[in-house]
Design a protein. Structure first.
Length: 228
């Protein structure tokens, strides 16, 4: 099933607002509606998973070719050097939608698709001293970075996850894509059955428009709107 683009969702919401009697609708910016779409998508995903639903693949994005760099194992909170390195992502990862008190990262692996076990940070020390797994390649999250222990020459990884801002996730390691490219050409990570609830939440809670039937049920609108 083809997912909608962000531009399609935003355009439909703006058209509904302009078609209502809401005088302020003409002043609503595309970027403001985009922020609401990200916000309420995260809310709906958290509600669904908290209610017992499995992770829908349509929620998930893949970020490939993330570089790992060596850092001192003592961390950045101290000036003391241990001369012992651990590897971490070159920059902080985009924020994820938390799932039942867990990170929204659903997969960590090498570029040749070997899975790396993602463990809670407080378990790393115990995992390293287990009898049969002290040399296992492990990953954990801390302060927005992903750390990898025992990388064995691995310098680039792939992650999959449910991210709060899908645009940030799409641009994280893609230097050739702009936010506008993503808005127009990339599928937005939300299943189509969630769109009516998403739109209704934004219309009612943010715009004060109630009981509106979305005007673009096929999500194929091609209207142009102001990007500012």
């Amino acid at each position: 099933m083809t997912l909608p683009t962000l531009n399609t969702i935003v355009t439909d919401l703006l058209l509904i607002a302009r078609g209502s009697k809401l005088a302020a609708s003409e002043k609503i910016s595309k970027r403001q509606i985009e922020a609401w779409v990200h916000q309420y998508r995260s809310l709906l995903i958290r509600q669904n998973i908290s209610g017992g639903d499995n992770v829908n693949p349509d929620y998930v994005q893949t970020i490939s070719s993330i570089e790992l760099l060596p850092v001192d194992i003592a961390g950045s909170s101290t000036s003391v050097s241990t001369d012992s390195n651990i590897y971490r992502t070159s920059s902080k990862l985009p924020k994820t939608v938390n799932l039942r008190n867990m990170s929204g990262i659903t997969y960590v692996g090498t570029l040749n698709k070997k899975r790396i076990q993602l463990v809670p940070g407080h378990r790393v020390e115990y995992q390293l001293f287990k009898k049969f797994t002290p040399k296992d390649m492990l990953a954990y999250l801390e302060d927005g970075y992903l750390y990898v222990i025992n990388p064995y020459g691995v310098r680039y990884i792939t992650i999959r996850g449910i991210f709060e801002n899908p645009v940030e996730a799409a641009l994280y390691s893609n230097t050739t894509m702009s936010p506008e490219d993503f808005d127009t050409n990339s599928q937005y990570p939300i299943p189509t059955h969630m769109l009516p609830a998403l739109k209704q939440l934004i219309l009612e809670r943010e715009l004060g428009i109630e009981s509106v039937t979305p005007s673009d049920n096929k999500n194929d609108s091609q209207h142009k709107i102001n990007n500012e």
